[in-house]
Design a protein around this ligand. Structure first.
Ligand code: THU
Length: 138
């Protein structure tokens, strides 16, 4: 699957966002080494602090379906008409959540951060250097 298709999957996921409080719809798409794509979108709550980010929802879906690694690419898309158009990067908590499934399979996924004029590709290890992960608990 091309980067453009993965980004399109993330964009499609964002159409299902439940984000009436922030009005900031985010979509994430995870691509695995067997070709599977699992998406997620942000899910907010009237109790604001309970919001779940798109990447976290996608990882929870993947782990909940039994995946324990094989994550090779991630695309993250936010609203292109907000902010300065800079590529959206996963929040700190999402970096840690992504690291869990990445480290389980020993991969360092490419993270495609989509902005209005550019797609910035950053390795998860660059987004979260010196990560704490499941291997520390062995
Ligand atoms: N959000 C994500 O879904 N992913 C991120 O990496 C950053 C922020 C969501 C959380 C909240 O619903 C909205 O964007 C505004 O922060």
């Amino acid at each position: 699957m091309s980067d453009a298709k993965l980004i399109e999957a993330a964009r499609e996921a964002a159409t299902h966002s439940w984000s009436p409080y922030s009005d900031y719809a985010v979509g994430a798409a995870l691509r695995f080494d067997d070709g599977a794509v699992i998406t997620g979108t942000n899910v907010e709550n009237a109790s604001y602090g309970l919001a779940l980010c798109a990447e976290t929802v996608a990882v929870a879906k993947a782990l909940g379906e039994g995946r324990r690694g094989g994550l090779i690419e991630v695309a993250v898309v936010g609203p292109l008409d907000k902010g300065d158009g800079a590529p959206i990067t996963p929040c700190g908590r999402c970096r840690q959540v992504l690291n869990e499934i990445a480290q389980l399979g020993g991969t360092d996924p490419r993270v495609l951060c989509v902005g209005s004029d550019e797609v910035r590709e950053i390795r998860l290890s660059a987004l979260l250097p010196h990560a704490f992960g499941p291997a520390h608990l062995d």
